[in-house]
Design a protein around this ligand. Structure first.
Ligand code: SF4
Length: 317
């Protein structure tokens, strides 16, 4: 399948007071057309910065972002706006991302107007089509965001993101602001839309059990870097990196007769302004050895069962 997105050694550093915060510190991965990549890690690991940097809402400090083979890292603002037609985003807080003074129809149609697509009649038809696609009532276009529940507002945000027929949807913690009972409805909707529309997705979450249902592969992030990336079933059956093992130990096994050993991580994630040397995880890793505090492990690919590839950044492998 065609490679849609290729991210190579991407870095995003911020100056904060007297220090440099390495929010992203050399991230590389590819995403194929129609594929869903889950991105998981604790709060502060850089996953939302990754979403914003890929979209160039935040400017990268180094590295490259290629979309359908084109290097978009240094496209000027106008060219980037055109490119973003094919790269859309849904954020965590559906209320904060919808203009409360605009009717839903105005919110969903806005991207078509900005890009000069269609006329009044075709745009109205497209809005109606999108609202039906995300499961909202036909009269929603004339109502305001505050008249809807949290889950429905996230459906509005998804309709707006899809109105331009993007190839890539970045969903940044799309369900974490919603009630647990509503979360699965939105996850199922995204999984269904992905199949119907052939969408590729980066699905970002702090919760492995949330991204399990939608992702083909999962990238695990720690302190601005990817420490492991592998097919979803493989991550859940045979987590290799000690950090992945710890994250996964909190998730119940799909097979109720099997239990995972609970691994409690000691301490908090270190400050990204003062990352530990060597392997950034060595201060919390139960397998750490002397080499780990001085030598940074690289993400090394290995072919696993079925010819798939798993990449792990750990001196144990
Ligand atoms: Fe643990 Fe060392 Fe592997 Fe880092 S490189 S995860 S510290 S064993």
């Amino acid at each position: 399948m065609t490679v849609l997105l290729e991210v190579a050694d991407l870095a995003t550093h911020y100056a904060a007071k007297d220090v440099t915060v390495r929010a992203l510190d050399g991230v590389s991965f590819t995403l194929r057309e129609g594929e869903v990549l889950g991105v998981v890690g604790e709060s502060g690991c850089g996953k939302s910065t990754l979403a914003r940097t890929v979209l160039r809402l935040v400017e990268p400090t180094g590295g490259a972002i290629r979309f359908l083979g084109e290097d978009i890292t240094r496209l000027d603002r106008r060219a980037m706006v055109r490119r973003r037609r094919q790269m859309q985003v849904v954020f965590q807080d559906p209320f904060g991302s919808l203009n409360p003074r605009h009717r839903v129809g105005e919110i969903v149609v806005e991207p078509l107007e900005v890009h000069g697509i269609g006329d009044r009649v075709s745009r109205a038809a497209r809005v109606a089509e999108l609202l039906a696609l995300v499961g909202l009532p036909a009269d929603s276009a004339g109502r305001y965001p505050h008249e809807f529940s949290g889950g429905q507002r996230q459906r509005i945000a998804i309709a707006r993101a899809l109105v331009l027929e993007p190839k890539l949807l970045i969903a940044d913690e799309p369900v974490s602001a919603l009630d647990v009972s509503i979360q699965s409805q939105i996850i199922n909707l995204l999984a269904e839309l992905r199949v119907r529309l052939g969408l590729a997705m980066m699905f970002i979450s702090h919760d492995l059990s949330v991204i399990r249902h939608v992702s083909d592969r999962i990238a695990v992030m720690y302190l601005g870097r990817i420490v492991e990336i592998a097919p979803t079933a493989d991550i859940f059956e045979r987590p290799a990196h000690p950090y992945t093992q710890a994250l996964l130990s909190a998730v119940p096994h799909t097979d109720a007769t099997r239990r995972r050993e609970r691994i409690l991580l000691s301490g908090e994630m270190p400050d990204p302004a003062k990352p530990p040397g060597g392997c950034a995880f060595h201060t919390r890793c139960r397998h750490a050895m002397p080499r780990c505090s001085v030598e940074r492990p690289l993400l090394v690919p290995r072919t696993i069962e079925g010819g798939a590839v798993r990449e792990t950044a750990c001196h144990l492998y």
